[in-house]
Design a protein around this ligand. Structure first.
Ligand SMILES: [Zn+2]
Length: 121
């Protein structure tokens, strides 16, 4: 069963096969303003079904693509290298979806992990 996420206007549609088991709330300067709850996936595990009005914001090192819908303004997904080792691994890219966009999904049942991005980066 695929889990489908859509932005408010429907211009962005993505699917994942595995439901997120946890989501992340990050306190860094951009995540705290965007309000997303992030679910991390390998790039190959996220299908971007429709991306009609994408806009990308990059800041600081410009390494991470913060995507949002230009029509309705919803934060949609980010594309980044894998930073799990502390280094940017471009051979193992991630697509991190905003789990708030998942339709027909009980997000309240998923535990939220808070990452102190404000002090980490
Ligand atoms: Zn939209």
């Amino acid at each position: 069963m695929a889990f489908r996420g859509t932005c408010h206007c429907g211009g962005t549609v993505f699917e994942v096969d595995a439901a997120p088991e946890t989501v992340t709330s990050c306190t860094c300067s951009i995540c705290s303003k965007r309000g997303a709850l992030w679910a991390y996936y390998r790039k190959a595990d996220v299908r971007i079904v429709k991306n009609e009005t994408p806009t990308t914001y990059r800041w600081q090192t410009r390494t991470v693509a913060h995507n949002f819908c230009a029509v309705c303004g919803c934060t949609t997904f980010t594309e980044s290298p894998d930073f799990s080792t502390g280094e940017a691994n471009f051979d193992n890219p991630l697509t991190n979806i905003n789990a708030r966009l998942l339709d027909d999904f009980d997000l309240a049942a998923v535990p939220v992990t808070v990452i102190d991005g404000k002090n980490l980066w």
